[in-house]
Design a protein around this ligand. Structure first.
Ligand code: PMT
Length: 218
């Protein structure tokens, strides 16, 4: 009997959206459901890995056996990621992290005002870029790229600029795929190779990603 291909490997996977507060009752977020990231966690577990799952607010339950680290903001996610990444063999950033947050969080509910209001936003830290920049105990770092045009070009730029080992690009403009869908299609890129995974369920895709990844790890 062959040992499961990811036995002995520790994965840290981010999933879902981040939620950036504006005041005590409002926030900015996105449509990520966590389905893709949770599917990756389940697939890694099935192949024998130990899995930490850092997740924004989603309505899914963590796959049995995963250790869940619930977070809300991008900065929360960065804290958890930097704690867990150095003890991990693989880090996968599947979360849809908000690129910006409100410059100030109002202490009280923002009152209705005139016809327009202006919100000043500031850049959030890039979670996966921080992980990929670790000088010691850097895990094999896998990003996702959510694109609506020029997928290959933008994904390859992210692979390079964020110093990732691998990136999984999805076209989130296709109806029925990407954010909050049950199915997806991915193009995987490494600096020297690529692999197209056509439309199927996120769970099946997750397993295909894990097999592609395990070949690279060995
Ligand atoms: O959750 P689902 O509904 O199943 O949807 C899945 C998904 C579409 C969200 C997923 O497949 C996906 O594409 N996730 C990445 C979404 C995204 O934010 O992509 P991006 O191209 O903006 O970011 C590129 C990479 O940098 C990602 O690995 C992202 O996690 C990371 N990032 C981005 C910004 C930031 N401040 N910190 C980061 O770590």
């Amino acid at each position: 009997v062959q040992a499961p291909v990811l036995l002995g490997k520790t994965f840290t996977i981010t999933a879902g959206p981040t939620r950036e507060p504006l005041d005590p009752v409002r926030y900015i977020s996105n449509h990520s459901s966590g389905k893709m990231g949770f599917a990756l966690a389940k697939a890694a577990l099935e192949l024998g890995a130990t899995v930490n799952l850092i997740s924004g607010p989603v309505s899914l339950s963590a796959p049995e056996g995963a250790t869940l680290f619930p977070i809300e903001t991008a900065r929360d996610m960065l804290n958890s990621a930097l704690q867990l990444a150095p003890q991990s063999d693989v880090f996968i950033g599947c979360a849809a992290v908000a690129d910006y947050r409100a410059a100030t969080i109002a202490e009280h509910k923002i009152k209705k005002q005139g016809d327009e209001i202006t919100l000043t936003m500031v850049k959030n830290p890039d979670v996966i870029a921080h992980v990929a920049a670790l000088k010691e105990n850097r895990p094999y770092t896998v990003g996702f790229a959510a694109e609506t045009q020029d997928i290959q070009q933008y994904a390859k730029a992210k692979l390079k600029n964020k110093n990732l080992d691998m990136i999984c690009a999805n076209d989130v403009s296709v109806k029925g795929l990407g954010f909050n869908a049950n199915d997806n299609a991915l193009s995987l890129f490494w600096s020297d190779d690529c692999l197209n995974l056509p439309t199927t369920s996120k769970q099946q895709l997750a397993m295909q990603v894990m097999h592609a990844l395990s070949k690279r790890l060995n």
